[in-house]
Design a protein. Structure first.
Length: 107
């Protein structure tokens, strides 16, 4: 196919559009950075999930054995302990990663 005189402006326009797309391309997200709010919500969710699972298991066993509310209270306390343990593990993990990034920035 032969080039027509109208092809040159179209090629220039295509080149300008490609340059503009490169200039406004979104920067990749850094998944290493978490806001304090998201860390807080993660910890609250871990705690509530532990209590909720403990409640569910305790209520189910109480219904099965007819010991209401003995096992429910016991498993809620176990769920609370598991939730707190998970929160502490998350806090230690975040502290380790913050210490690593602080050392990297200091060098």
């Amino acid at each position: 196919m032969a080039e027509t005189p109208d092809d040159e402006p179209l090629k220039q326009l295509d080149a300008r559009i490609a340059e503009a797309k490169k200039a406004i391309a979104p920067k990749p997200r850094k998944d290493d950075h978490y806001s304090q709010a998201s860390i807080g919500w993660r910890m609250v969710t871990e705690l509530v999930a532990g209590i909720g699972i403990g409640f569910g298991i305790g209520y189910g066993l109480d219904t099965l054995f007819g010991t209401r509310p003995l096992l429910m209270v016991l498993f809620i306390l176990l769920g609370l302990a598991a939730g707190v343990k998970t929160m502490l593990r998350t806090a230690a993990e975040l502290e380790r990663s913050a210490g690593t990034s602080a050392r990297d920035e200091g060098e």
